[in-house]
Design a protein around this ligand. Sequence first.
Ligand code: NGF
Length: 291
Amino acid sequence: MTKKLLYAAQMTAFDKDGNINLDGIRALVRYNIDVNKVDGLYVCGSTGEAFMLNTDEKKQVMKTVYDEANGAIDLVAQVGSLNLKEAKELAKYATDLGYPKLSAVTPFYYNFTFEQIKNYYNEILKDVDNKLLIYSIPALTGVALTTDQFAELFENPKIIGIKYTNADFYLLERVRNAFPDKLILSGFDEMLLPALALNVDGCIGSTYNLNAPRVRAEMDAFEAGDIEKARELQHISNDMITDLIANDIYPTLKLVMKHLGVDAGVVKKPMSQPTPEMEAGAKAIYEKYFK
Ligand code: NGF
């Protein structure tokens, strides 16, 4: 049995004016490597607020994370964009930097046909020598790929797996069994245990920036057959995730990070800036789950 993989979805630190803070990004990477002991980082995804960054900012984030990680862990660069030219440019940039894997969100907003989605992935990969995970997140993109459609995308040998952020466990079971050799990483942190039961290879998530040690213990318990312990740990994590969501998850992740000793700055507008109530909520989450 191979060890399950734990990736944190890397956050991007910003100052109050919405400028990226490279020192904050480095500190987050260090924490993920030294304290969280993650297997890898997912860079420029939703948690990285990348859909609110311009091309140059995305490149700076990718470079800063790459330099700080210095080969210690796996790195996945999310390059997907509605601007295919940008996606291709970022794929080349990340590949030239040395990122061992890419990922791209399914193109959204314009109700693209599957043919168009397939062309998008093949275009992104055409001129780069790299591997790619499909970033499937139907709740945010409106794009719910079927097993047959995944099979068509996998006809491109550079497409090696899926970041599966989807609560559809029937589809996950179908996909896992149809593609036993593909890398399937579960994207909803609150649904990790059922995803493990369906034999995903691991997980990528936002809350692992805070909660990775507990999640590692859950995955180890699961692998050891101690389902009771895995369930207890998932229950604690889900209480925490419920509290994070109730307090506004993206800004709160950064506020809790501050209590853990890492200045991750604030989120980028139009996300909410911290209020005194939100700060109090974050402190309570830190004290309840991390002290
Ligand atoms: O942030 C979202 C939006 N999902 C993340 C993750 O699947 C995607 C998930 O960890 C991600 O982190 C990224 O692309 O960077 C949730 O935040 C978590 O399960 C709480 O709901 O759905």
